[in-house]
Design a protein around this ligand. Structure first.
Ligand SMILES: [Zn+2]
Length: 177
């Protein structure tokens, strides 16, 4: 049998699979007492970074799942040329900060599950005026609504078990949308 060609080995994950992987990471976070928010980053069929939010365990604000996953991906990729598009999946719509980070990291595609009306940034970055002076600094292509019901169920389960806190109050706004 001839050895497999590189193109045979490469199987890009579907958007559905990417968001499902993010949901699994969110589930791990919830098992550790965090909000159920998880993110994965894929390039060329390989998940190169994954993280859940760390708000509670690290006691900080700038520890969103997607930002932590992008930081990990940035450490791996640096400025080296990329052979494949870089894709981010999150179970919840990314906020403005994380979409800004996605633009700085030059993420090509973003997939998410549930809209986040209070802090989701998709609509705002869609209007970003691209400049010919920095042509790569543009918003990624963003697609939401994948496995939305599953994500709502995660927030529902979180609210049923979490102690009263600002996190829980906010999570309650997401479980019923
Ligand atoms: Zn964020």
């Amino acid at each position: 049998m001839p050895p497999p060609r590189p193109t045979d080995l490469l199987r890009i994950m579907t958007p559905d699979e990417l968001v499902r992987a993010a949901i699994e990471v969110a589930e791990e976070g919830m098992a550790h007492g965090e909000l159920p928010i998880g993110a994965v980053i894929e390039m060329g069929g390989e998940i190169i970074a994954r993280a859940h939010t760390r708000d509670r365990s690290w006691g900080r604000r700038l520890v969103h799942a997607d930002l932590l996953a992008m930081t990990e991906a940035d450490e791996k990729l640096g400025w080296a040329p990329r052979p494949h598009p870089l894709r981010l999946a999150v179970n919840l719509e990314p906020c403005l900060m994380c979409l800004g980070a996605a633009m700085a990291l030059k993420v090509d595609e973003v997939y998410y599950g549930l809209d986040s009306p209070a802090d989701g940034g998709s609509a705002l970055v869609a209007d970003w005026p691209a400049s010919p002076d920095l042509p790569w600094y543009t918003p990624p292509a963003i697609t939401g609504g994948l496995h939305r019901d599953e994500v709502q169920d995660q927030f529902r389960r979180y609210c049923n078990q979490a102690p009263d806190s600002g996190f829980r109050t906010w999570a309650q706004t997401l479980r019923s949308r």
